[in-house]
Every structure is written in C-alpha cells, then in structure tokens.
Design a protein around this ligand. Structure first.
Ligand code: ADP
Length: 159
C-alpha cells in the first residue's frame, strides 16, 4: 500500500489544491490530505471547518482521506507509514522554503521522499490568501474554489 501525505493549511481548499490532490491520488494507492494545526497562525476557518470543506470537495475521489496533525510533519508522515510527502510548486517564490524543508526532512527521515508537483498553468497564481481577499469584499470566487468553499466564504463574510 503506497501512501502519500499532502500537508498544508488549506484555509480554505482551492481548485489549485484540488488539482494536486487529483493528480497525486492517481500516483499513490492512498493519499491523506493533512491539515496542519498551527497555533501561531490563526486562520479564517477553524481546522475542523477546513477538514469538512476538504471532505466535501474530495468525495468523488475514492482513495483520498482527510486528517489533521500537530507538531512536525516529518514525524506525522513517519508515524503514518507514508512513502512520500507531496507538495505543490507554483512559482519560484515557493521554491526556497520548499527546498530548505525538503533538505531538513530528508536529513531527519531519508526514507520518506518529498515529491513536488508543478501547479497546472490555470492554477499557478491561485492561493487561499488571494481567494479570501476577493471573497472578503464580495467578489464571487466560484471559478476558483469547490462549491462548498464558495458557499462557506459567502457565509463567513456575510455577503
Ligand atoms: P502551506 O501553509 O503549507 O503552504 P497551503 O494550504 O498554502 O499550505 O498549501 C499547501 C500545499 O499546496 C503547498 O505545497 C502549496 O505550494 C500547494 N498549493 C497551494 N496552492 C496551489 C495551487 N494553486 N496549485 C498547486 N499547488 C498549490
């Protein structure tokens, strides 16, 4: 059973994340989308809300499950028996941090591979932050997020 972990904040999940999930789920037997509990970073959505939004959005994909983790990703990946960590790369701005994290993780647990999937062209500019910014001021974001997320954003911002 080849398991991979796709970790992130997912505050909230966007079509860019969903694209990576679909592509990674075709490479591995099982994919766990893991929402990080980060006490230093308060999100718009609670971790539980993010999990629910991801669950709704990946329902049609059979081999994907959703979970949360606290602490170091590499420890979580190790304890789960994962073969790989999947990350998406959009632009060079993603690269420095991802490169450093990959080097550190492979020092700590060389048996766990980090796999980078390059963002599809149509999603390469898309981030949770930019979606929230537009939704906050009442712009519809239906083209950029799964339906459950557009609805949740409308509710959150009271539009
Ligand atoms: P983090 O706080 O860990 O960066 P994010 O939720 O912002 O969490 O992103 C999770 C992962 O998804 C990261 O690897 C990020 O580069 C990737 N990602 C985010 N947006 C996109 C996108 N539009 N296309 C492809 N990958 C993306």
């Amino acid at each position: 059973m080849r398991l991979a972990i796709y970790p992130g904040s997912f505050d909230p999940i966007t079509n860019g994340h969903l694209d990576i999930i679909g592509r990674a789920s075709r490479i591995f037997d099982r994919l766990t989308v893991a929402v990080a509990h980060n006490s230093a970073k308060r999100g718009l959505f609670t971790v539980n809300e993010r999990v629910e939004l991801i669950r709704e959005s990946v329902r049609a994909i059979g081999n994907v499950e959703v979970s949360t983790f606290e602490g170091l990703l590499i420890d979580y990946a190790s304890d789960s028996g994962a073969l790989a960590i999947v990350r998406g790369l959009r632009a060079v701005t993603d690269f420095d941090y991802e490169y450093a994290m990959h080097q550190m993780n492979s020092e700590m647990s060389p048996e766990i591979e980090t796999m980078f999937l390059v963002a599809s062209k149509e999603f390469s500019y898309l981030s949770s932050t930019i979606v929230k910014e537009f939704a906050r001021y009442g712009r519809p974001v239906d083209n950029f997020t799964p339906p459950a997320v557009s609805e949740a954003l409308l509710k959150k911002f009271g539009h």
